[in-house]
Design a protein around this ligand. Structure first.
Ligand code: NAD
Length: 304
């Protein structure tokens, strides 16, 4: 008995990296999985049928998988990816929006093409793949479905040189909040993953900082440390858990706080004057500082 017996999943960008680990673990737990991957380079150029290798691996291990090579970045691709699940397995229960690329540059050097490519694969890709699934859930009253979206600390915290990627990843967290509300009545949960893993996306960044990546680093920090959280969220055990941002990296799991107003003032009448703001803005900043300090304390990693 697997945790995902009888469930049908699409994992985008699962020809390698985190997506491949998620797909393989989900298949080993009994899910029938569509392996979608365009098979391009990290910057999104090129294409190759790398999805076939993961499909073969899953089948060799006794699981069920089907390949799809479309891009998540346009509506036709999103529709074709969804249709692959319908044609191969007769339905869809789980969508993992994992596909991604990078084009890191500071704003001074970031051309429109770099901005568009990254926003299209990440943020628009989430829209293109989620929409056919959401419509299908509503039209068929399909209950207990899952959408698992991929954000990043780059968007949630901010990271130098990643304005395009950070904007897309912050947008994905916002997209998740709205979809969680819109799909709640169908019993669909929608959550955000903030992953960290040594993959072809991140190994070159580490090497560029002069740090060698050894096999032991992959053991302790590879994508296999993200996959269990995704598979668990996809399972029936995670029913009712929605609109969360969960972090997984190198054996660590954590939960992020959501944006909230943590302190506020309202004037009894009239608009604020700039002189009044001189007094009140420091009080807001102090509240924010205290809130950050408290979160830092509760967020300290506990070894278990
Ligand atoms: N690795 C990390 O530490 C890390 C950190 C934060 C967020 N992420 C996110 O996790 C996800 C997976 O990253 P990874 O590290 O496994 O990267 P990866 O490059 O190893 O895998 C991403 C896969 O997506 C595929 N892909 C790219 N564009 C596509 C498109 N248009 N259509 C279909 N497939 C496409 C690629 O071919 C590739 O196989 C990404 O969304 C990434 O932004 C990763």
């Amino acid at each position: 008995m697997g945790r995902l017996d009888g469930r049908i999943a699409v994992v985008t960008g699962s020809g390698r990296g985190i997506g491949a680990e998620c797909a393989k673990l989900m298949a080993s737990e009994g899910a029938k999985v569509v392996i979608n991957d365009l098979g391009g380079s990290t910057d999104g150029t090129g294409a190759a049928r790398i999805a076939d290798e993961v499909v073969e691996e899953i089948r060799a291990a006794g699981g069920e998988a089907a390949a799809n090579y479309d891009s998540v970045a346009d509506p036709e691709g999103g529709q074709a990816i969804f249709q692959t699940a319908i044609d191969a397995f007769g339905g869809l229960d789980i969508l993992v929006n994992n596909a991604g690329i990078l084009r890191d540059k500071t704003i001074f050097n970031m051309e429109e093409a770099d901005w568009d490519a990254v926003l299209n694969v990440h943020l628009k890709g989430h829209y293109c793949c989620s929409r056919p699934f959401a419509k299908y859930i509503r039209e068929n009253n399909r209950t207990n479905c899952r959408i698992i979206n991929f954000s990043s600390t780059s968007g949630l915290f901010g990271n130098f040189g990643q304005a395009n990627y950070g904007a897309a990843k912050a947008g994905i967290a916002g997209f998740t909040r709205v979809l969680a509300l819109e799909l709640a009545k169908y019993g669909t949960t929608v959550n955000t993953i903030s992953p960290g893993a040594l993959t072809r996306m991140t190994i070159p960044l580490r090497e560029a900082r002069g740090q060698q990546v050894l096999e032991t680093d992959i053991d302790s920090g590879g994508p296999q440390h993200v996959a269990p959280l995704v598979a668990w969220l996809a399972s029936e055990d995670a029913a009712g858990i929605s609109n969360q941002i969960l972090h997984a990296a190198s054996g660590m799991i954590g939960i992020m706080q959501q944006p909230r107003i943590i302190k506020s003032f309202r004037k009894k009448s009239g608009a604020w004057t700039l002189d009044e703001l001189d007094d009140f803005i420091p009080q807001l900043l102090e509240a924010r500082q205290k809130n950050d300090e408290a979160a830092q304390k509760t967020g300290e990693v506990i070894e278990v």
